[in-house]
Each structure stands twice: as structure tokens, then as C-alpha cells.
Design a protein around this ligand. Structure first.
Ligand code: LLP
Length: 433
């Protein structure tokens, strides 16, 4: 466990988050339950934005809301004066619902429809990140019709393929996202510069997610600035903005690097130092820098509480604990073989004596939350916690097997409140005709 002031073991030998006992939370709200440490989120936001201000002086952190999107988190993000990036009308409407300033909203997506773009432009989103050639015509037509000039970025693929624990540079990137840096990107930039309804402010890239190697970000930064210099030489354009996306890694289990505020500040420092040096070297105008972390703001802030259900011991093979959740509220093992730390929230310091696989309740063998976790002998009915579930769990939840998406609770300074109600069976059936 990556312990901190707001995630620790209390005197009762229970897991405590944000000053609140997890066993108390499980009893009060029921399980499964998503719980978020609000102070952690606020601290990471502050650390990111302050470091960017101090180290570079010109830019904004824009929270990638796909990692966790609901009104409450966007209120917090707004209160920290961060921007937000959205990838759908649903995320955009959530931001607008908490009166997020539209100019601080960035709209992404590789297949935004005409209607999506129309809604975004009508609602005055600050930047649209274009990721398709024909999207430019749609934005131009809508902007001309409404009588506005829409600010844009174009998403490029710098050919830096970043994986957890290593990075490689690819000569022929085959991603569905972005225009390859080079002639493909130059053509779309030229087209954008010709259209009257839009103003091209710069380029965007995002090299991947759950990345620990600073080097990957440094290479991407250098490639982008080299490309800015090339565009400047060839087309005489000085871009105002550079958006380098998100992707900073978080601690899930003991195979990951333990992250803390200074590790995240370090990411920003490495990027801004590379950026400043490169700008100096190629002599281009200093662009406004946007970074779009999602996972690292909310991931370690969140935990999920479960009640242990049926326990199945298959002699000499496997011990299963079935929990009252599963892939419907955390599909990350099923999708990415993701690894998590699991703790016995009611007896944190008891020695681990058994190895368990934590299985969900869905009718599918792949419905696993974590494999080979060491725990004390678990009894039915006791509370378990899976850590670092704050990113891409709630946001990827589904109703598979007609299970209900759990509630979201926020904790801070010993107080808890409901941020999102758990779904009810009425919610589930209300659209069925
Ligand atoms: N910006 C763009 C354009 C992105 O595509 C993403 C993530 C981010 C920012 C935020 O990246 P982060 O800081 O969260 O790594 N469902 C997967 C993660 C998909 C990430 C997609 N894009 C998971 O559960 O691991």
C-alpha cells in the first residue's frame, strides 16, 4: 500500500481514508462502494498547476475527465482553476452542468459527429482538438453559420509509442489517433490555415497512459517542438499553444513505482525543462503549455470497498473470494490484465497467510479483480478494499449482467458525503419499453 496521511491504518486496525474508517463507510453506504479522498485530488491539482506556473509560467493543467467524470469531481477541478478535457457530449454536459467556463474546456475525440461539434461550438468550448480531415470542414461550416471563429488544435502522432516500463520510437505509427508528424500533419495544418471559420492555435499529442518513464515525455516534447520549428520555417506560422496530453503513471501494486506529489512535480519539471531547452535551441515563440493528466489526479485517490461473499478453495489450485462487485464496476483486469493491491480493511495489520484470487459476481470466468493477492484468511461478510481504483473504474462501469453501478462517496477531514447515488433497479428498467 502506498500509505499517506489520508490513506492509512487506524487504531482499530482498519483502513482509513480521508480520516474516515472504511468499515464505517461500508456499513453506512453499503458495498460495493467507490470512495474518493478529496484532499488527495486537491493536493495533486495544486502540485501540478503550481509546478507548471513556477517552472514554465505559461500554461494550464486540464483534467482528463474520461478518467472520472461526475459533477462533484468537476466542481473540485473548477475550484482549483484547472481546465477540463472532454471526449463526448456526455462529459461536456457534465462540465457545463457545474458551470465550468466553456473557454476552459477542450473537446477531444477521433469521431466527433457534426451534431457533437455543433453543440460544442454553440456552447463556446475553448478548444476543439481536430482528429480527422473532414472534421475541419464541419467545424468551419458550423462556425461560419453561427458567426464565430472556433479555436482549434490538431492532434498529431509524434511516433513515440510509450508503454509502461519502456518506451520505443515507432517509424510507422498505426494508431487510430492523430495525424502522423510529417507530410500528413502538414497537409491538414495547411487546410486548417485556409479556412475562415477557425483559428488554428497549435497541436496536440498524447503518447499513452500509465507511463513512468520521463524519457518518453521528453522525446515527445522534443519531436513536437522540432515540428513547430519546421511549420514555422515552411509555413511561417507561430503556434500559440502546445498540448502534450496526459499519461503519468500511478501506483497500483508492488510492481509499480511508488508515486507521491514530488514524483508528479518531477514529471512536469522534466517536461518543462526539455521544452525550454528545445525552444531556446530552435528559436520559436514560447507556446502556452497544456497538460492533460487524468489517472494521476484521481487514480490513487480512489478505493473500492467490497463485502467478501462465497469463498471457494480448490485444493492445490486456487482460493477464490467472490465479492459483491466485479467487472461491471471495475473492468480493468478483464480489459488489460491490470493489477491491484487488495487489503482486508477490517484487520489491516494481521499477517497474510493465504493467497487468493478476487473474483467478481458476473457470469464470466474472466471476471476477476485481482489474482494472487496475499491476505489473512478471509471470512464471508468481511470488508475488503481494492486500492487505486479512482481512475477508469467508475467511468468504465457498465450494467453487465444487469448489475447496478455503485455509489460514489467523497471523504475529507473525517467527513463523508455522497457524490453520486448508486443506481437503483428502477434506474435500470426505466428506459425499457
Ligand atoms: N488526453 C488524451 C487525449 C487522452 O486520450 C488521455 C487518455 C488522457 C489525456 C489522460 O491520460 P491519463 O493521464 O489518464 O493517463 N481506460 C484505460 C485508460 C485509457 C486512457 C485513454 N486516454 C485504463 O483504464 O487504463
Amino acid at each position: 500500500m502506498n500509505e499517506r496521511d489520508t490513506l492509512k491504518i487506524n487504531k482499530q486496525n482498519h483502513l482509513e481514508i480521508g480520516g474516515v474508517d472504511c468499515v464505517f463507510l461500508a456499513k453506512k453506504y453499503g458495498t460495493p462502494l467507490y470512495v474518493y479522498d478529496k484532499a488527495y485530488i486537491e493536493n495533486v491539482c495544486d502540485a501540478y498547476q503550481k509546478t507548471l506556473n513556477v517552472e514554465y509560467g505559461l500554461g494550464k493543467i486540464s483534467f482528463a475527465s474520461k478518467s472520472f467524470c461526475c459533477k462533484d469531481i468537476l466542481r473540485t477541478i473548477k475550484s482549483k482553476d484547472l481546465g477540463v478535457d472532454v471526449v463526448s457530449i456526455g462529459e461536456l454536459k457534465t462540465a457545463l452542468a457545474v458551470n465550468f467556463s466553456p473557454e476552459n474546456i477542450i473537446f477531444h475525440g477521433n469521431n466527433k459527429s457534426y451534431k457533437d461539434l455543433e453543440f460544442a461550438i454553440q456552447n463556446k468550448v475553448g478548444l476543439i482538438v481536430v482528429d480527422a480531415y473532414s472534421e475541419l470542414d464541419d467545424v468551419n461550416e458550423i462556425a461560419n453559420r453561427i458567426g464565430v471563429i472556433q479555436n482549434l488544435l490538431i492532434r498529431v502522432n509524434p511516433g513515440v509509442e510509450a508503454h509502461t516500463h519502456h518506451y520505443i520510437q515507432t517509424a510507422n505509427p498505426d494508431s487510430k489517433f492523430g495525424f502522423s508528424i510529417g507530410i500528413e500533419a502538414i497537409n491538414v495544418i495547411k487546410k486548417a490555415l485556409d479556412l475562415k471559420g477557425l483559428s488554428l492555435k497549435g497541436l496536440h499529442c498524447h503518447i499513452g497512459s500509465q507511463i513512468f518513464e520521463e524519457k518518453s515525455f521528453e522525446i515527445a516534447t522534443e519531436k513536437m517542438i522540432d515540428f513547430y520549428a519546421l511549420i514555422n520555417n515552411q509555413l511561417g506560422v507561430d503556434f500559440d499553444i502546445l498540448d502534450l496530453g496526459g499519461g503519468f503513471g500511478i501506483y497500483y501494486y508492488d510492481g509499480d513505482k511508488k508515486m507521491n506529489l514530488s514524483s508528479y512535480q518531477n514529471f512536469i519539471k522534466k517536461i518543462t525543462t526539455t521544452l525550454k531547452n528545445k525552444i531556446e535551441q530552435v528559436k520559436i515563440k514560447k507556446p502556452y503549455l497544456i497538460l492533460e493528466p487524468g489517472r494521476s489526479i484521481v487514480g490513487e485517490a480512489g478505493i473500492t470497498l467490497y463485502t467478501a461473499g462465497r469463498i471457494k478453495e480448490i485444493k492445490d489450485l486456487k482460493n477464490y473470494i467472490a465479492i459483491d462487485g466485479g467487472m461491471f464496476e471495475n473492468p480493468r483486469f478483464a480489459l488489460y490484465q491490470a493489477k491491484y493491491s487488495v487489503v482486508a480493511a477490517e484487520r489491516m495489520n494481521n499477517p497474510a497467510t493465504k493467497t487468493y484470487t478476487i473474483a467478481g459476481k458476473c457470469c464470466e470466468s474472466g471476471d476477476i479483480i485481482a489474482e494472487n493477492v496475499s491476505l489473512p484468511e478471509i471470512k464471508e461478510g468481511e470488508i475488503l478494499a481494492v486500492l487505486s481504483t479512482g481512475a477508469y473504474n467508475y467511468s468504465m462501469a457498465s450494467n453487465y449482467n444487469r448489475n447496478l453501478v455503485p455509489a460514489v462517496v467523497m471523504v475529507k477531514d473525517g467527513l463523508d458525503y455522497l457524490a453520486v447515488k448508486g443506481q437503483t433497479y428502477e434506474d435500470l428498467l426505466k428506459n425499457d419499453l
